[in-house]
Write a protein that binds this ligand. Structure first.
Ligand code: ZN
Length: 279
């Protein structure tokens, strides 16, 4: 599950090394083909949707409409960017990162949890960033395969963290949040977003396993809770100072220009610079 560098690898025979090297080449070739094919398709679809009504901040493309997910060409209001596959939540977070953080200005080591393609394709190339993508599954854009509840990462080793719509899938989200707080440097920040209903408290029930019940109660079959206004308290309990940036406070002109929803809220979390932050 976790992937700490294994010193036993150093003791492998030359044959093992050659075998491992061969597998790495095949894996890389598959990923390259996947990447090239995906970029070719997205560019083609982006051209089909070129227009002047919207701008996608994640890719900079000017668009006449948004679309459905996957390989669809059908129009969907506030849907996916046809060029980079960014959802409304990603467009919102990207704007926040540009306007409210030092992500594109300072030299930072960035931890990106379960990297979205629309983000990783660009962030990997930003010269001031040391980009580290992580995920529990073996997806193409990651550097480390790991469980967020037991991160094999050094404490205070990242300047910034991006974690978008991940925590609602994790059984012990407090443990995952504590891990994020642990690996963040003092003075560092984490941009976190989750599906949240601000008119109620967080609803979770570990006895609910059926996909039908999870979808009915939590919004999706893979969600284990629906967060409420008390999510701020949960973040604070894990050590963060929290600033809530409400989607409904984004001005109408910006929402219309970038195709944003009014319910995509951002939790901007910082880690106290003092040695003993208040938990
Ligand atoms: Zn885009």
């Amino acid at each position: 599950m976790n992937s700490r560098p294994n010193p036993d690898h150093l003791a492998k025979s030359d044959k093992d090394h050659r075998s491992q090297f061969g597998k790495q080449i095949v894996r890389h070739a598959r990923r390259s083909r996947l990447y090239i094919g995906m970029e070719a398709f997205l560019t083609l679809r982006g051209l089909f949707f070129v227009g002047r009504r919207y701008t996608c901040p994640c890719c900079g493309w000017r668009l006449r409409a948004f679309t459905h997910g996957g390989v669809s060409f059908r129009i969907r209001p506030l849907g996916y960017c046809p060029r980079c596959h960014a959802k409304a939540r990603h467009r919102r977070v990207w704007l926040f990162l540009e306007q409210r953080t030092n992500l594109f200005a300072d030299s930072l080591r960035l931890l990106h949890v379960s990297p979205e393609y629309c983000f990783s394709r660009r962030l990997k190339k930003v010269s001031n960033l040391n980009y580290v993508g992580v995920d529990i599954s073996d997806c193409p854009n990651i550097a480390i395969k790991m469980d967020l509840m037991a991160a094999p990462l050094l404490s205070e080793s990242f300047d910034a963290i991006i974690c978008i719509h991940i925590l609602e899938h994790i059984e012990d989200d407090r443990r995952a949040l504590s891990e994020l707080h642990r690996v963040l440097k003092p003075g560092g920040w984490a941009v976190i977003s989750v599906p949240v209903r601000m008119d109620q408290k967080t609803h979770e029930d570990s006895r609910i396993f059926s996909e039908e019940e999870r979808e009915r109660l939590f919004g999706e079959t893979s969600h284990v809770r629906i967060y409420g206004h008390d999510f701020v308290d949960r973040l604070a309990q894990c050590g963060f100072q929290v600033e809530l940036d409400l989607g409904k406070n984004v001005d109408q002109k910006t929402r219309e220009s970038y195709g944003l929803r009014d319910d995509e809220n951002i939790f901007y979390c910082t880690k106290n610079r003092s040695k003993n932050p208040t938990p």
